[in-house]
Design a protein around this ligand. Structure first.
Ligand code: PMP
Length: 310
């Protein structure tokens, strides 16, 4: 990660190195934080943030699920995201809004006694799974770690503590030579990548696990479903048994960081011909075309950084 100059911290811009936390912060001990990952792009029409309002809405949803109160409005948080891009003069950036329970109590039920800390950081960011991954596809494996069920962890909340499970999935995959791990539920049904949603294609039809499969309701997932439908494909939200990963014609992962990344093998079995397939490529063309100016923003997903500040 490349440090930027400033971080937005509780309403003020502070120097990157000054954005410190106290060791007795509740979140550091118990994972009591909620956050977002948002991307900005430099386009021929200026700098834009992709689906900013949807990300900030999900931040507030995550906070509500954990009964945290964010002392700013959604519009104030959106503005902080635009401001952090401008003040740091970033072009292609990853924006990280974060709400965490600070100092005040170490009681598990003591959230109301903790200071609610809010920050928005951003830094220049390239392709999370590599430019080669976007072009040629990545090698993935099915993780030995399963996703916790919604009975124990509310997967729709993007909360810090949830990412311990994601770290186990990702680091195990990396240690074994794969770029990403795909998790399944306790029942062996496909859930998602450690930081991405998953799409599987067979016989021209696109499948993705439903929200009830312990997944995060990805904003890129939603975008891809809309793009695919507009292109005339059928997208079904259906439970996917693990072995479908081995007989799929195409698989790709979606996420703010991963964007639209094809999977070329799962557990050392080629997906289709072992390279990105035609449907994946058609979706990639529209998705990335939004940012290079070759596709019109027909869905209203691009939030301009510049036009909103005097
Ligand atoms: N699942 C998990 C666990 C994630 O961390 C992410 C990244 N936020 C996603 C899916 C993809 O979500 P989005 O497209 O909103 O970034």
């Amino acid at each position: 990660m490349e440090a930027a100059d400033f971080i937005w911290r509780n309403g003020k811009m502070v120097a990157w190195d000054e954005a410190r936390v106290h060791v007795m912060s509740h979140a550091l001990h118990y994972g009591s934080s909620v956050f977002e990952g948002v991307r900005s792009y430099s386009t021929p029409q200026g700098r834009v943030v992709f689906r900013l309002r949807e990300h900030i809405r999900r931040l507030f949803d995550s906070a509500k699920i954990y009964r945290m109160k964010i002392p700013y409005s959604q519009e104030e948080m959106c503005q902080a995201c635009r401001d952090i891009i401008q003040i740091n003069q970033l072009q292609h950036a990853y924006i990280r809004p974060l709400v965490f329970m600070g100092v005040g109590s170490l009681a598990l039920g003591g959230l109301q006694d903790c200071k609610t800390e809010v920050a928005v950081a951003a830094y220049e960011f390239g392709a999370y799974l590599g430019q080669q991954g976007i072009e040629d596809g990545i090698d993935a494996c099915v993780s030995s770690w399963t996703r916790p069920t919604s009975a124990s962890v509310p997967a729709l909340a993007k909360a810090g503590g949830h990412y311990l499970n994601a770290q186990l999935i990702c680091t195990e995959a990396n240690r074994n030579g794969y770029l990403e791990g795909i998790s399944v539920s306790g029942q062996g049904l496909v859930s998602e990548g450690s930081g991405e949603n998953i799409f599987v294609i067979r016989d021209g039809k696109i499948y993705t696990p439903p929200l009830a499969s312990s997944i995060l309701g990805g904003i890129t997932r939603d975008a891809v479903m809309k793009i695919a439908t507009t292109l005339g494909y059928t997208v079904a939200e259906e439970s996917i048994p693990r072995e479908v990963l081995y007989i799929a014609d195409e698989i790709f992962l979606t996420g703010t960081a991963a964007e639209v990344t094809p999977v070329k093998s799962v557990d050392q079995l080629d997906v289709g011909e072992g390279k990105p397939g035609p449907i994946t490529q058609a979706i990639q063309e529209v998705f990335f075309g939004l940012f290079d100016g070759s596709q019109a923003d027909q869905w209203g997903w691009l939030d301009r950084v510049e036009s909103t500040t005097p």
